[in-house]
Design a protein around this ligand. Structure first.
Ligand SMILES: C[S@@+](CC[C@H](N)C(=O)[O-])C[C@H]1O[C@@H](n2cnc3c(N)ncnc32)[C@H](O)[C@@H]1O
Length: 273
């Protein structure tokens, strides 16, 4: 098995490319953000929005900063962290362009305790983050490390259950992945991101790890945090599968009269006072 450094070098390279594609993509709607629209969804706004005003917030795996800067618009004092130097550069440019104050740090979150000092009221992370992490136990410890006593951790993420389905099947849910964690990632090559096509001459290595919902919950419990709630939603803010249908509220749903599956979960946990 490759050392995790080799995996993360490849992951960083891939996300440097994806950052350039995604910032211009229809999916991310950067133009709408520049006009003042939030990139946050009603799910996280309803569940976390009431806590953020005047609070310090650490955004893990912040990508090119849309959600990070949107939390500033909601009243938080925000620091975003991402492994991709290109994403962090684009995030800083967006902050400058919109005159929104935020700090962005380029780091693998596993190296963050050595690279960065600070304690936060809130640690936030969302949508498409866990699959890039090889060690959720350590992830939980890092979250606890950066929280102040009484601080809140919040995640909104694609449900771990949908990991089992074939991403590319255009017709329906077809099981083709293991639900449970395997230390060896699923490795592949790609030319473009989920949000658009890239430079067709260059291929990138991707590596993703499966984690069950119990892995997520136990890593938070093992880190000493107290879970406040776990919610599951039959909707997704992104077209995670090609056959999902977009509803008027902007969420993507499985269009079936009887069967609904959990597409997203959220979890809030608190560090002891
Ligand atoms: C799907 S994006 C997250 C998008 C997020 N919902 C947003 O737009 O704010 C995943 C991000 O995780 C970052 N990433 C992956 N592995 C990481 C790691 N070990 N440490 C820090 N960032 C990482 C990638 O560079 C990428 O920007």
């Amino acid at each position: 098995m490759k050392e995790s450094k080799e995996y993360y070098d490849a992951i960083q390279k891939m996300w440097d490319e994806f950052a350039d594609i995604n910032i211009q993509s229809e999916m991310y709607q950067t133009d709408e953000f520049l006009k003042g629209k939030t990139s946050l969804n009603t799910i996280e706004l309803d569940e976390l929005g009431g806590y953020v005003k005047g609070k310090s917030l650490l955004h893990l795996q912040c990508h090119f900063g849309l959600d990070t800067l949107s939390w500033v618009r909601e009243g938080a004092k925000v620091t975003g962290v991402d492994i991709s130097g290109r994403a962090v550069k684009l995030a800083r440019e967006l902050a400058k362009r919109t005159k929104i104050e935020a700090t962005f740090v380029e780091s693998n979150i596993y190296d963050l305790p050595e690279n960065f000092e600070g304690k936060f009221d809130i640690v936030f992370t969302s949508y498409g983050v866990l699959c890039w992490l090889n060690d959720l136990k350590r992830w939980g410890e890092i979250i606890a490390h950066f929280l102040k006593p009484g601080g809140i951790f919040y995640i909104a993420e694609f449900h771990r259950f949908i990991w089992v389905f074939d991403w590319d099947n255009k017709e329906d849910f077809v099981v083709n992945n293991n639900y449970f964690h395997d230390p060896k990632p699923i490795s592949y090559t790609t030319e473009g991101s989920y949000a658009g096509s890239g430079n067709k001459n260059e291929k990138f290595e991707g590596h993703e790890w499966a984690h069950s919902l119990s892995d997520v919950i136990n890593s938070i419990i093992n880190a000493g945090l107290e879970i406040q709630f776990l919610n599951e939603y039959p909707v997704s803010p992104f077209p995670r599968f090609p056959f999902l249908k977009k509803s008027k509220d902007g969420y993507w749903r499985y269009d079936h009269p009887k069967i609904q599956l959990p597409l997203v979960f959220t979890l809030m946990a608190k560090k002891e006072d």
